[in-house]
Design a protein around this ligand. Sequence first.
Ligand SMILES: *Cc1c(COP(=O)(O)O)cnc(C)c1O
Length: 395
Amino acid sequence: MSESRIFLSPPHMSGKEWKYLKEAFDTNWIAPLGPNVDAFEKEIAEKVGARGAVALSSGTAAIHLALSLLHIQKGDTVFCSTLTFVASANPILYQGAEPVFIDSEPVSWNMSPRALEKAFQASVIEGKLPKAVIVVNLYGQSSKMEEIIEICNRYEVPMIEDAAESLGTIYKGRASGTFGKFGIYSFNGNKILTTSGGGVLISDDVEELDKARFLATQARDPAPHYQHSTMGFNYRLSNLLAGVGRAQLEVLEERVAARRMIFETYKNKLNEFPDIHFMEELTDTHSNRWLSTFTINEGAGVKVKNILEALNRENIEARPVWKPLHLQPLFHKAKYFAHKKGEHIAESLFKTGICLPSGSSLTEVEQQRVIQCIKDVMVHFNSKRVDYKFLEYEV
Ligand SMILES: *Cc1c(COP(=O)(O)O)cnc(C)c1O
């Protein structure tokens, strides 16, 4: 492997981060909190059109605080998208509650309103509604929010929007992440913007956000000595990293444009293969296209495994789509509702989906390497349909 590695979604610094870091060093605002944290919260809230934001150490911490603020506890259930990263659901376990997983629908790949409705109906029959619904927007694509909100409102259950992957996405004229009682963003190293590690909780309920700040700083009562009447956490973002976040926020629109361009290029260059289907864009949305993803026809000679192996041989990082959480050993006891009887959308996306290198710093030459490698493997498998290799991979 002579050529340099192409990563899935590496950090992309703008260069302006230094300015904020230097300011913090010059004024010795190194310790948690400080002017960058306040400014970062204000700037991100303004950018997405929320009334407030709390800067935190991770997106996972933001989900955990949202669940804490909604008083989710042992014995409660929480509905959650099944096709997602484990971080969406782990905080349900932190609270001692039980997740119930909801399948995807085929257009957005995100939560199926139909499966959600079925899950609610079952919970009514059981006499136990969930305490919250966590809706995830995967790979930058918004969920069908209008339908989902209508259902959640009808059952009067609050929604938490996990927009870790969809910062910068617009759905029906509004920023992704702003549709629930709470929304969360992640600034982990692989996200569209990064502070190396970090997260943000947003809401229009500023009182609840003040409570989140209180809980995130060890829940210190207002007393000159250290007094505590509630269990808290150490979840705040440092003033240094908030400075990095401020510089990153300035280039959000550029990053979205770059990722969208990368997606378009993949799509245009690979559309000669009818077995490849790129993720559609939901109508009335402008996705940030965090990761360019496509599926392979289940009946095609080439399998996900073949493409991933070929890319890996070329020193290119690519990944299967998230493994649905209801298939994870960790959640083997959890309930799950399918999109339709016998139609398990998340499972089939997992079997057939691939995420391609999509970082906003990906060069044209690098992208061409990825495209050429996929073309080669497609041609190889299609031209040798009855080749022994084909038979070997058919499981
Ligand atoms: C990255 C991610 C998270 C977690 O964010 P961290 O900042 O890494 O804790 C949560 N949900 C989804 C869908 C993610 O992709």
